[in-house]
Design a protein. Structure first.
Lengths: 313, 509
């Protein structure tokens, strides 16, 4: 059925963007549920209901008039994160790791002034980072102190873990490792490394950097494969629970591992990207077909789905 | 999941094709409506005044005998009488009677269809003859002096005559014979001279008066000579004494030496000839025939709407095609563009600015806008005011371009006002955000992608054949919609994904 040049992709079970949009997202993710994941404040509330831990929320700035409450939200906290509630692809996020006399030091080492940050918050409220350009809210929450597991292969910033979940079954995972090129952001498009994770044992496998397979981190020089992801079972369970939490049948669950609190859910993405396939050297479509053929009782609970995924995928 | 879309798409395609076939088979619509068979509208307007007595005004009109088909004619004579005369091959319109006190406005309009290439020209070769009023002895003298040319073959003969006519006796190295020939032709005007020479070497020739077949307005007709070269009449420019290439064409009004405009007992305070070309008029020809038809599809035809609105629809009908193209280029090829319909709007704007200028202006405005946007970033403006600053900047760029265009005579620059300025302002913002969040490379790739899609769309909507075909068969929009639905159900890989996922292809499994 698949002819010519596309044959290789089809046989490798690669999911293309048209197929993802038309056959997976449109079928599995009803439009009415999108607001649950498009707004990170809502996602946090839902997660709290389902006992899924998220980074501690310090406050939400809703109106331009509320920007002056910034100080009362921060109080004497030394570090925090400012992010747009409706942002996508990590845009508009500012990580502040310490306060100094001249202002605030961001994760990438730059010092910005408080008025700079307030301007940024006003930008967020004006909707410049939001998906449709509509007015937005700014979230101020706790800065993550990443677990030591990835220190050797992280250049600044916080590595995060993406698990793609189909019908509640985790089908593919990767860890995104910031590099100098990505400016401390865990964004593959921005130049971060994506390392695929073996679903069964939580060990990193191949890694991809700017669509090239790599074995070592370009900045730290350490090998990126064979690293054990801590709390792996819990991560898979949190991801699997996204189905009960939102009703969405196809999501990318983004998580970080805090050295004190363990895995925390950052956000859910109803349109997860396709680059994860390269990080894993495996196709999503193949695994989606596997899930569709799984026995009915597999889908009963998050635990049964994780169990099936670890055994079969 | 695929079936409803497939059924809808096929239904739309079948319905549209059915209507097209019905029109062709039952209503006799042409199969290739876009055949470049232009119909010209010839117009004469004049203001006639009497000078004491009643004027008589004669105008040579386009005639079937000159190889054209007259589709329709309108005569404006005011209070005067109008009569049609026939004079050899010429048709003469005669206005007579009493003009209005302040002058009588008279007009003539005709739709003229030129025959298909290869079938025009008279079939019977004419005989050569001397112009009227030349004495026998002059003729004998000229024939004697041109005797040696008569032996040559036809085309060399014409070239020899033309060569002499160009240079005259003096330009031929004091050849006594040519000097004498020059002397024998003394006193005749250029047209008569040429006719005499051609007649003397047995080349049939005639003098013609008419206008250039190009769109525009002229105030007078001009004369030329036509020589029979065996197959058809060749046009000879009497100014330069050269055969004019057949690519340039003319509308003859008066053939055989008569002036195209003649007047007695009055004067014309204004006269002008206007020619307009109408590609669709061949269609109107068809519709003239069926205009009294009350068949549904003829009544509900786009040809029934006034011509000034038709042009808009010709373009509008192709916009869906542009949208389809964008869908294909984005979803099947994998082009990145700023926004979904920005390229369509750019393509529409290119119609006024031209492709090269349009692209250059696009690039320049994005570049200037990007620099300005970077500077604005330092000013900490909120989103909406910032966008309005960008819109103002874009409009200001238009203004500068228009003024520069006016100064240096570049109308393309003055047409910038039709570029989609809001879209340009938004494109600047998007460009900036992509540079900030991803990289300059990504931003440039997207900009080039947008430009490429705009160019392809522009080429499609400028294609006259398509414009006419869609105008004649607007039901083809349903066909396009069917294809759009099919494109919407294309869930296969994009061509760009061959590159993106190339690592999987090389490893096979």
């Amino acid at each position: 059925m698949m002819a010519g040049p596309f044959r290789g992709l089809y046989e490798a079970g690669i999911l293309g963007i048209n197929n993802r949009n038309a056959e997976i997202i449109m079928v599995q993710n009803p439009r009415s549920l999108f607001p649950l994941v498009d707004n990170k404040v809502t996602t946090k509330k839902l997660a709290a209901l389902g006992d899924i831990p998220t980074p501690e929320l310090y406050g939400v700035i809703i109106k331009h008039g509320d920007v002056r409450q910034f100080d009362s939200i921060i109080k004497d906290r030394k570090s925090f994160v400012v992010k747009p509630a409706r942002g996508s692809g990590g845009s508009g996020i500012v990580l502040v790791k310490e306060k100094v006399k001249t202002g605030l030091v961001t994760e990438s080492g730059k010092t910005i002034t408080v008025p700079d940050l307030l301007y940024h918050i006003r930008d967020i409220l004006s909707g410049i980072f939001s998906l449709g350009g509509q007015d937005d809210h700014a979230i101020i929450e706790a800065l993550i102190h990443p677990d030591k597991a990835f220190t050797a292969v992280t250049y600044r910033g916080v590595p995060d873990i993406r698990v793609v979940v189909y019908r509640g079954v985790p089908i593919m995972a990767m860890v995104r490792l910031p590099t100098a090129a990505s400016d401390g952001k865990a964004n593959l498009h921005g130049g971060a490394i994506g390392a695929g994770i073996d679903l069964n044992n939580g060990l990193t496998i191949t890694a991809v950097h700017k669509s090239v397979i790599v074995t070592h981190h370009p900045d730290t020089g350490n090998p990126v494969s064979g690293i054990q992801v801590p709390h792996w079972e819990k991560i898979l369970l949190m991801a699997a629970r996204s189905l009960e939490m939102t009703g969405l049948g196809y999501v990318g669950a983004d998580m970080v591992i805090d050295r004190d609190r363990g895995p925390l859910l950052l956000e859910l993405n109803a349109r997860p990207g396709l680059a994860i396939q390269m990080a894993n050297k495996a196709g999503l479509l193949k695994r989606i077909r596997q899930v569709d053929e799984a026995p009915e009782d597999t889908f009963a609970t998050p635990e049964s789905r994780v169990e099936w995924a670890r055994q079969n995928v | 999941m695929k079936r409803p879309a497939l059924v809808a798409a096929l239904a739309l395609i079948v319905i549209s094709l059915f209507i097209v076939v019905y029109r062709i088979v039952s209503l006799g619509y042409p199969l290739t409506p876009a055949e470049p068979d232009y119909v010209w509208t010839f117009r004469f307007d004049g203001m006639l005044h009497g000078t004491g007595r009643d004027p008589l005004f004669l105008l040579s009109l386009p005639s079937q005998e000159h190889g054209q088909i007259i589709l329709e004619e309108f005569i404006g004579s005011g209070t005067m009488n109008f009569n049609l005369l026939r004079e050899y091959d010429n048709r003469i319109g005669v206005w007579s009677g009493k003009p209005n006190q302040g002058g009588e406005y008279i007009s003539y309009r005709a739709s003229v269809l030129f025959q298909h290439k290869g079938t025009d020209g008279p079939v019977v070769p004419p005989r050569s003859s001397y112009p009227y009023g030349v004495t026998e002895e002059s003729i004998a003298r000229i024939e004697k002096l041109t005797g040696q040319w008569r032996a040559m073959n036809l085309s060399t003969r014409i070239q020899a005559v033309l060569g002499f006519a160009r240079a005259g006796g003096a330009g031929s190295g004091n050849d006594a014979r040519l000097l004498e020939l020059d002397e024998a032709l003394e006193g005749y005007d250029d047209i008569t001279r040429l006719q005499l020479l051609l007649a003397a070497v047995n080349v049939p020739a005639r003098s013609v008066e008419g206008v250039d077949l190009i769109q525009g307005i002229v105030s007078t007709t001009f004369p030329w000579v036509e020589a029979w070269t065996g197959q058809n009449w060749e046009h000879i420019d009497p100014e330069r004494m050269e055969i004019v290439s057949s690519a340039r064409t003319f509308l003859p009004l008066s053939v055989g030496g008569m002036s195209a405009v003649r007047i007695s007992g009055g004067k014309l305070s204004m006269k002008r000839f206007e020619l307009t070309r109408d590609v669709m008029s061949r269609w109107r020809v068809f519709f003239e025939r069926t205009s009294r038809s009350d068949r549904l599809l003829d009544v509900w035809s786009l040809f029934r709407i006034p011509p000034e609105f038709q042009q808009t629809f010709r373009i509008l009908l192709l916009v869906p095609l542009g949208a389809l193209l964008i869908a294909l280029l984005r979803n099947i090829v994998g082009f990145q563009t700023f926004g979904i319909f920005m390229p369509v709007l750019m393509a529409l704007a290119f119609r006024n600015t031209g492709l090269v200028y349009g692209l250059a202006i696009f690039a320049a405005i994005i570049f200037i806008g990007y620099l300005a946007r970077r500077y604005l970033n330092r000013m900490r403006l909120l989103l909406v005011p910032r966008m309005s600053v960008l819109v103002t900047l874009v409009i200001f760029c238009f203004l500068v371009l228009a003024l520069a265009g006016n100064r240096f005579g570049l109308t393309q620059f003055m047409a910038v006002g039709l570029l989609p300025f809001v879209i340009l302002a938004m494109t600047i913002e998007r460009f900036f955000v992509v540079v900030e969040e991803h990289s300059m490379r990504d931003a440039l790739e997207t900009a080039v992608g947008s430009a490429a899609v705009s160019v392809i769309t522009y080429l499609i909507i400028q294609w006259e054949v398509l414009q006419i075909t869609f105008f004649v068969y607007p039901e083809l929009l349903l066909f396009v919609m069917g294809l759009q639905i099919l494109a919407g159900r294309y869930t296969g890989y994009r061509l760009s994904e061959l590159i993106r996922f190339r690592s999987f292809r090389s490893t096979g499994q």
